[in-house]
Write a protein that binds this ligand. Structure first.
Ligand SMILES: Cc1ncc(COP(=O)(O)O)c(C=O)c1O
Length: 404
């Protein structure tokens, strides 16, 4: 076997399809997000504006979060020193789980090292423990949910995106006696659309299925206390498990689930992805605690984000740019071609100091490549005007299709 040739061919395929990933080398400027410095191909760092961060509310820069992390670092040191079972169960972890359970009005919560791990570990464990379980999965579910379902080894039925009729068809066709789990997201982060949570819960009630909702792109940002779309729509009590990340709107790192104590106990006791890994650093957990507590009582960041998203959508639409019909804080601009999407992104960075990463297959289907903007409370109208002007110029230069 010519290993080198196989690896080279694999990378060459990505280049040929225009979807070889280039990581942009940046440092964010503490206290003045979305301003940052870029180190790619320049003499020294060049100032840029970040438009694709998932630190949606800039909580990773919030003075309370930074102070909490500094205090924790000086109080207890850097790492946790072990798994949750063996030495790594710090008081910060216990407090954060109580805070997250309260956020979603559930009996308990469990923290993982990332949102990806929460989905993989929970879904694989849950569906394995329920004998003969069938998982009904939205076709646009995130890779981590797909991995968890696959790793459970259970039967999977994929329903068309947010299609209640299709979901019901599949539920009705399944054996009424087998355990069922419906897995879906609240905010789908590439299109910015939202799941009909109550209607899915109605079907779950009718066919006696459990429900698993990924709120990764909604926690912190929706609901009066940041409990996500399930809080906004008053549906949290109807969901079996709510999953979220601590790395996006909460600004730090980690993931979690919230559910009844019995389910938390099962996952805590059986999920390898929870058991056999060093727990999150208490410094990170202290930062998340500050962010969750702050966002429970402050809507200023949420309101600022919604206003910024609406403003950018309006500016793009007024300029004739092909902005997609998102109903949330996500502002996707359709390009429909991976090479062009990369080209636009490269010009924006090199000539305008604008950083937005192109989104290509497999994150989105082929032919639906796009730029995905995530304006937050710290993006000013002036920044949005400059961005819109830059895009209009590039659209003209590359002779790209404008909105119909
Ligand atoms: C829908 C969804 N779920 C889970 C994850 C994973 O979360 P994390 O980044 O905390 O691993 C992501 C990451 O982007 C996501 O988009």
């Amino acid at each position: 076997m010519d290993y080198h040739r196989v690896f080279t061919q694999a990378i060459d395929r990505l280049h040929a399809e225009g979807r070889y990933r280039v990581f942009i080398d940046i440092l964010r400027n503490k206290g003045s997000f979305p301003n940052a410095r870029c180190f790619a191909g320049h003499n020294g760092p060049k100032p840029i504006t970040v438009w694709c961060s998932n630190d949606y509310l800039a909580m990773g820069q919030h003075p309370k979060v930074i102070a909490a992390m500094e205090d924790a670092l000086h109080d207890v040191g850097a790492g946790s020193g072990g798994t949750r079972n063996i030495g790594g169960n710090t008081h910060y972890h216990v407090d954060l789980e109580a805070e997250l359970a309260d956020l979603h009005d559930k009996e308990g919560a469990l923290i993982f090292t990332s949102g990806y791990v929460s989905n993989d570990a929970t879904l694989s464990t849950l569906a394995k423990i329920l004998p003969g379980c069938v998982v009904f999965s939205d076709e646009l579910n995130h890779a981590s949910m797909i991995a968890g379902i696959r790793n459970s080894g259970c039967e999977k039925q994929v329903f068309r995106h947010n299609d209640l009729e299709h979901l019901e068809e599949l539920l009705a066709a399944a054996d009424p006696d087998v355990p069922k789990l419906i897995a879906f997201e609240s905010v789908y982060s590439m299109d910015g659309d939202v799941a009909p949570i109550h209607a899915i819960c109605d079907l779950a009630d009718k066919y006696n299925a459990l429900t698993y909702l990924d709120e990764v792109h909604a926690v912190g940002m929706y609901g009066a206390r940041g409990g996500g779309i399930s809080e906004r729509d008053d549906a949290a009590h109807r969901l079996t498990i709510i999953e979220g990340t601590l790395g996006k709107a909460f600004g730090v790192m980690g993931g979690y689930i919230a559910a009844d104590q019995m389910i938390i106990d099962v996952i805590r006791s059986y999920a390898p992805g929870f058991i056999f890994t060093t727990s999150l650093s208490p410094v990170l957990v202290a930062g998340v605690l500050a962010a969750v507590r702050h966002l429970k009582q402050s809507s200023e960041e949420r309101d600022g984000q919604q206003a910024a998203a609406q403003c950018l959508k309006d500016m793009f639409a007024d300029a004739g740019l092909p902005v997609m019909p998102s109903t949330t804080h996500i502002v996707p601009l359709m390009v429909g071609d991976p090479i062009r999407a990369k080209k636009i992104s490269d010009i924006l960075l090199a000539e305008y100091g604008v950083y937005v990463q192109p989104i290509n297959y497999p994150t989105v289907p082929r032919g639906l490549e796009r730029l995905r903007f995530t304006p937050g409370p710290s993006h000013t109208e002036e920044m949005m005007r400059e961005l819109t002007g830059a895009l209009v110029e590039i659209w003209g230069r590359l002779e790209l299709r404008k909105a119909a």
